[in-house]
Design a protein around this ligand. Structure first.
Ligand code: C5P
Length: 220
């Protein structure tokens, strides 16, 4: 069979990562977390003292870090200049700065190139999750899914992940990040015209996974 390319987009806390990883693992496909790549380049900017408020400074060094994503859904890895950054990219500091860095066009061009080359080289196909995969990165994907959920459900899921985090603070931070991601000029978070929208508010993770697996199987 020809490799199948699946794009899964949506705001934070909709279950994108859990769903994408499980679908890829079940179907024997590769998996790419594009948010991790934007977090990785943000981590590099912070570590190297680049002023996050200065898009020109960010643009000037956007090509410098070497970012390598491992695409095994059972062991997705992310390395910057040879350092494993899977832990450091999930800190609150990186989370609060990633929207500013990912809004810089030179950063997006760079990361988009990496994403396309990984997607086209996946032998059996790939599940790529992010914000602009169906609209910009892989407009010819075989299947495009757009996951949504109520802000309350999204905040509750995120606070569950970040043990002990305050639900209200988490909801505010999440709404702020989604607003920034949706309103940026270059390649904002958006549903592609031909994407299937799945509202996960009232669904269990298992139900969402089954729904997406069925949709992929229909395309193969
Ligand atoms: O998915 P995750 O929450 O890890 O994404 C982190 C951030 O990376 C998003 O808030 C967004 O600013 C950026 N991002 C993006 N385009 C993507 C994936 C993530 O701009 N395709």
């Amino acid at each position: 069979a020809k490799p199948v390319i699946v794009a899964i987009d949506g705001p934070s806390g909709t279950g994108k990562s859990s769903t994408s990883k499980a679908v890829a693992a079940q179907l024997g496909l590769s998996y790419l977390d594009t948010g991790a790549q934007y977090r990785a380049i943000t981590w590099w900017m912070v570590t190297n003292g680049i002023d996050i408020e200065d898009p020109t400074a960010i643009a000037a060094v956007a090509g410098k870090p070497e970012i390598i994503s491992g695409t095994d859904p059972d062991n997705p890895t992310i390395n910057v200049d040879g350092t494993d950054v899977a832990g450091p990219i999930r800190t609150q500091e990186v989370t609060s700065k990633v929207s500013a860095v990912s809004a810089v066009p030179e950063v997006r061009t760079r990361i988009t190139e990496l994403q396309r080359s990984l997607a086209t080289s996946a032998e059996y196909g790939i599940v790529v999750e992010g914000r602009d995969i169906g609209t910009t990165v892989l407009p010819d994907a075989d299947l495009k899914i757009f996951l949504t959920a109520s802000p309350e459900a999204r905040a509750a899921r995120r606070s569950g992940e970040l043990k002990g985090a305050d639900v209200n603070a988490t909801r505010e931070a999440l709404i702020k990040r989604d607003a920034a991601d949706s309103s940026r000029k270059t390649s904002p978070l958006a549903k592609a015209g031909d994407a299937v929208e799945v509202d996960t508010t009232a669904l269990t993770l298992q139900q969402v996974i089954e729904c997406v697996v069925t949709l992929v199987e229909e395309k193969r």
